[in-house]
Design a protein around this ligand. Structure first.
Ligand code: C6P
Length: 418
């Protein structure tokens, strides 16, 4: 078990007040807070060995290169990849998926199919829409049921002979659903399709092993796992990364260039064109160290406890609708609507209590449309959140519903959610 109170000591921002009230930060699915260890590692980089990597022989460049490469090794070991050759750094999950879609689209032919799910983030829809358009391929969607779970009985109908790529979110950023990744990957493998796992909401919150999952590619972001913004991870099986073409060209991703042509660098640098985010990589390495020290199973179990408590309390509140499956089947987040009150009003009332949640469509517009709602209010948890904070959330929501029943309450109901 982890000690959230002890962990909170490492996060300077959690000491701050908002409108005179202690900050209750429940917007971790959007981005997480950073522990002192991460901030210090990045400061240390800038204060003592800031330099470009893989380019110069001077001492500072050697130190920066060592730290940068080591960050790749740490991430590789964190997700049980073979080694750093399977881990390229990008800007974020979005860029990782765009690189894959851009590259894999060159192998697609007319009428090939790409299978996604109905609960994807825009980052795992739009790049594939563009890829499909370029190749004349088609998108198909694994459907969700009334509980917000994938209809697995349709798995082998949706993933068929024409399927070339199956790209899906491991954990939904709205429904919280933990998808049965192994089963989906196994179905894709049966017909020889490539698999891409959007792990933006899983790698930060639970043990994830690419070896166990057997996926071909995976994407996630440092900023959602205690690390800095501006660093993302693109994992790929070595033999596949060797085979596919890069889509961003320039310095460091080449081994040889003539006026006419170029040869690509070895992995993973073939996918890292230009000066990378060195300080960010150092910060990500420190975040991985931090999470490994706490233990990912402990993080997962802690979030399960918080989620179960949140669902129990929220279910007691009249006029509140929760989306997604029961607590045992979801990651550490709960999205809901207070009936008759726009999500932005709910978020604003909670904000006045110092509680940071996110309201809107959470970059899953097709899912929101499917659910017939403009958006939801979402509380998302992490290792530093406490039971007491869940009580504060539930108490504040009780206040929202009480206010709602008063005639003076004005809402922005009907306006489009952002
Ligand atoms: N979801 C949220 O509040 P980036 O922005 O590239 O780091 O991550 C994109 C992304 C991809 N997939 C999933 C499942 C995600 O949840 C996200 C980011 C944030 O839900 C910001 S929209």
């Amino acid at each position: 078990m982890l000690n959230a109170e002890r962990i909170r000591e490492d996060f300077p921002i959690l000491k701050r007040k908002v409108y005179g009230k202690p900050l209750v930060y429940l917007d971790n699915a959007a981005t997480t807070q950073k522990p002192r260890q991460v901030i210090q590692a990045m400061n240390d980089y800038y204060e003592t060995y800031n330099s470009n990597v893989h380019r110069a022989v001077h001492r500072l460049s050697q130190e920066a290169t060592e730290a940068y490469d080591e960050a790749h090794e740490k991430v590789a070991s964190f997700i049980a990849a073979k080694g750093m050759e399977e881990v390229a750094f990008t800007k974020n999950t979005t860029e990782s998926i765009n690189v894959l879609a851009g590259s894999l689209s060159r192998q697609l032919q007319k009428n090939d199919e790409i299978v996604l799910t109905q609960m994807e983030h825009h980052s795992n829809i739009v790049p594939w829409q563009q890829a499909a358009k370029r190749a004349g391929a088609k998108l198909r969607f694994l459907e969700i049921d009334g509980n917000g779970e994938l209809k697995l009985q349709q798995l082998r109908e949706t993933i068929g002979k024409k399927t070339k790529i199956v790209a899906f979110t491991h954990v939904s950023n709205v429904l919280g659903t933990i998808n049965p990744a192994r089963e989906i990957i196994a179905a894709a493998k049966e017909i020889g399709a490539l698999t891409v796992v959007d792990a933006a909401q899983s790698v930060p919150h639970m043990p994830v092993s690419v070896k166990e999952l057997g996926c071909d590619f995976m994407a996630f972001s440092a900023h959602k796992m205690l690390g800095p913004t501006g660093v993302g991870v693109l994992y790929g099986k070595e033999e596949l990364l060797e085979k596919i073409e890069p889509v961003i060209y320039g310095g460091d991703m080449i081994s040889e260039v003539s006026f006419e042509d170029a040869k690509w660098n070895e992995l993973p640098w073939k996918f890292e064109a230009g000066t990378p985010n060195m300080a960010g990589a150092v910060g990500l390495a420190a975040a991985v160290d931090y999470l490994q020290k706490v233990g990912m199973e402990n993080v997962h179990q802690h979030e399960k406890i918080l989620t179960r408590k949140a669902m129990e309390r929220l279910k007691q509140i009249e006029d509140l609708t929760i989306y997604g499956p029961e607590a045992g089947k979801r990651g550490g987040l709960v999205a809901f609507n207070v009936n008759g009150v726009h999500t932005h009003d709910v978020s604003a009332i909670l904000d006045a209590e110092g509680i940071a949640v996110r309201g809107g469509h959470h970059c899953t517009m097709p899912l929101a449309r499917l659910l017939g709602i403009p958006g939801t209010t979402r509380a998302s948890f992490y290792l530093y959140n406490t039971n007491e904070e869940i009580d504060k959330l539930a108490d504040a929501l009780e206040m929202v519903t009480a206010k709602m029943n008063k005639p003076a309450m004005t809402t922005t109901q009907g306006k489009a959610a952002k």
